[in-house]
Design a protein around this ligand. Structure first.
Ligand code: COA
Length: 188
């Protein structure tokens, strides 16, 4: 089962078929899908793709989450995902896509960080990956802020993608350092 997450700004809850229209509208912006291959120009195939991706099935605790403004349950900022890579695996992929009007406010990083914590502390995954177009600087920066590091180049749908990886032991080290730095600030 997929949990619901909250931050001070965001409500991040399992995506449902009710979100299909908002997802389609978001994908209708060519800037949003600039670096992502998909059936964006065919409404029938596009709807079927989103519905199939929403339904899964996925392993327990994995799937798509819709990102909303906290306190506005009807809002739609975009989505984040944690699913088997390209739905097949065996790696587990993390991903993000937001409406253009929401870019540049830290929302993608804030929402995806919840999934990183979930991946390593609840699901006990050994690693998470992201596959990102090398020209998609914004997405690469989100991955970097989350601690993912480039680990190779793969071909995805006829395009090169930079694979970025965060391993569980690297996540633990990050947590350790963050808490250590906090403790140092408190005592220093
Ligand atoms: C990628 C995306 C999710 C980022 O969302 P966001 O909420 O703006 O991301 P954040 O604000 O958390 O972080 C973005 C970071 O990238 C930086 N950035 C954004 N565009 C950039 C660019 N063109 N060049 C360099 N850095 C860029 C921002 O400055 C920010 O870094 P900072 O916090 O150090 O300033 C959003 O742009 C999007 O939905 N893009 C279309 C879908 C997509 O490409 N998804 C990823 C597929 S792999």
């Amino acid at each position: 089962m997929q949990p619901i997450f909250e931050t001070n700004r965001l409500l991040v809850c399992p995506r449902t078929l009710m979100d299909t229209g908002a997802c389609m509208a978001m994908d209708g912006d060519p800037e949003v899908t600039r670096f992502v291959t998909g059936p964006w120009s065919n409404p029938v195939a596009h709807r079927a793709f989103i519905e199939q991706r929403t339904r899964g099935p996925y392993p327990p605790g994995q799937g798509y989450w819709t990102v909303r403004h906290r306190g506005d349950a009807g809002s739609f900022i975009g989505w984040v995902l944690l699913i088997p890579a390209d739905t097949i695996g065996p790696e587990v992929e993390i991903g993000w896509r937001l409406r253009r009007s929401a870019w540049g406010r830290g929302f993608a990083t804030e929402a995806a960080r919840l999934l990183i914590v979930h991946a390593f502390t609840t699901l006990n995954l050994p690693e998470v990956i992201a596959e990102i177009d090398p020209d998609n600087a914004g997405s690469l920066r989100v991955a970097e802020k989350l601690g993912l590091r480039p680990s190779g180049v793969v071909q995805r749908h006829g395009r090169p993608a930079l694979r970025c990886t965060l391993m569980a032991r690297e996540y633990e080290t990050m947590q350790h350092c963050a808490h250590g730095a906090g403790a140092a600030r408190e005592t220093g």
